[in-house]
Design a protein around this ligand. Sequence first.
Ligand code: SF4
Length: 253
Amino acid sequence: MTPKKTRRIRVSLELKLADDVLKLEAPVTDAKTTAVELIPAFQAFTNQVVAHSIKLTERQGKTISCKAGCGACCKQPVPVTLIEVEHLNRVVKKMPDREQQRIRAIFAHHLEVVEEAGLIDQLRDIATLESTEKRALAAKYFKLGLECPFLENQSCGIYPDRPLECREFLVTSDPRYCAELDAEGIEHIDQQMHMAAALRKLSADSHNAAGRGWVLMIFALDLAKTGRLRFKKKPSKEWVKGFLQYATDKSIP
Ligand code: SF4
């Protein structure tokens, strides 16, 4: 039997955000796939929404403080969805051997440090905690001074592949507040839609493992290595529709 040919299609959606009409577009295929293969589409939608939020912020006369060479926020615990865990695992596997070894060694070092600090079990299950417990644990993690394994010379070494959470984290406040994890001082830009939260919801639907659909970055490679993650397959358009439904659901923080 001849295999069915995969067709490239373009998904587009018009949304009214603030006083603007935003047209979201991304290329997908008509194939049945896992949500991991749709990461480029989720990233493209997020970039468009974030670009619009930046435009609105600048219209208010505010300036975004984030720029290349400022990795002030990259010591904070970064949530990554399990879909992104698998994506980052593939990104690392494509790196040259020496770079892979360097990155894997940093991940392993960070796990040792959190284990020695007696935080590893709580951090592994952080997604199940209440908000106040999450914040308290994040503060303890931050005090360990662990930079994201992908941070290089204070810039993101995987910028095109960085998680949605990193894409949305933009501030107008002084970078020192990010560097000190001073929640009172940090002024986030107002995101019109919460794409990282939408991906966390979609991630929980996308695989066979129990849980909330996300972990902290430091666990990403370790989790991918276990091979326990099995992703469900659905037509691409259904994943995209689910993601955009979650993204436009105002009840998701
Ligand atoms: S992935 Fe990149 S942007 Fe995100 S925390 Fe790591 S270095 Fe920073």
